[in-house]
Design a protein around this ligand. Sequence first.
Ligand SMILES: NC(=O)c1ccc[n+]([C@@H]2O[C@H](COP(=O)([O-])OP(=O)(O)OC[C@H]3O[C@@H](n4cnc5c(N)ncnc54)[C@H](O)[C@@H]3O)[C@@H](O)[C@H]2O)c1
Length: 330
Amino acid sequence: MAEIGMIGAGSWGTALTWLLGNNGHHVTVWSAIKDEIDLLNENREHTDKLPGVKLKDDVIFTTDLKEACSNKDILVLAVPSPFTRSTAKQMKDHVRYGQLIVSVAKGLEEDTLDTLSMIIEEEIPQSKVVVLCGPSHAEEVGKGMPTVVVAGSKDCQDAKYVQDIFMSDVFRVYTSDDPYGMQLGAALKNVIALAAGIEDGIGYGDNTKAALITRGIAEISRLGVAAGGDEATFHGLTGIGDLIVTCASQHSRNRRAGILIGQGKSYDEAMKEVKQVVEGVYSAKSAMQLAKKYHVEIPIIEQVNAILFDGKDPKQAINDLMCRDKKEEI
Ligand SMILES: NC(=O)c1ccc[n+]([C@@H]2O[C@H](COP(=O)([O-])OP(=O)(O)OC[C@H]3O[C@@H](n4cnc5c(N)ncnc54)[C@H](O)[C@@H]3O)[C@@H](O)[C@H]2O)c1
């Protein structure tokens, strides 16, 4: 049995707490939000974000970051990506030398273009980071539906340790030595999910969706490989796998935001209605900066940026994609 600190108590932190509890581990859950900790203490369930998923009696809920970080075998950082740096900064003084931190959020920081593992390593230099991602909606993990993800680290022993801790008969974990490529895939697929939602909102069909997914992964791989990721990673669970789930799923908040925009809502209206952090919006800007740095064409992501930030008409954006210069596919 391992002692685990779950830093972040949103949908994903809650689903992973349920999974790790079922695997026989002891979890202490931290949230920055006192009301959230009170709610969890009272119900042993996140009735707002993951209703129906009951957590074990021995799970501890706290707003004390020192309590959540001290004497743990593993810390899991599960706050949404815009809060990764600020949360890591607060954790620093409570983290021991050589502490394993599992990064499970998805995003790419604007301007620095740092992945989340880079941010954690920068803010908590005494830690060792393993990335865990793949096609995995909290709502399905919390119901024990078979899910397959990847644990990635340059240190294969660390990745194997995390694989052992998380793996169960409903949660299969592969390992990878390309955490950078994994994180680029995980962040960039959210931008394509916005495009898939926009297409759904306009009322286009399966042909358009299939085109967005396949041309989307072509775009992600092109940029990811230029930036230093391994091409095979983008063809795996954290690349095409995560892209498929997020473009097709009712659970994807990025797709939901896209649907609202495709239906004619403004950016502000869509964000207000979705309520949760729509990470694709942040990653859309970072992707443009990354593409500029590596001189890579990313036409779909470019159009998503134009719709989100310049108010471009979504139908016109898809029309512009359709009317680009003739090309060979591969
Ligand atoms: N939900 C999923 O199915 C899922 C699956 C895989 C990965 N992820 C990734 O995990 C991360 C978390 O996703 P989520 O679905 O749990 O998000 P969420 O929107 O449910 O998380 C919100 C939580 O973030 C925390 N929070 C809010 N403000 C904060 C602040 N200022 N500082 C620190 N923490 C704060 C609170 O615990 C809040 O409940 C994201 O990067 C997401 O992409 C989510």
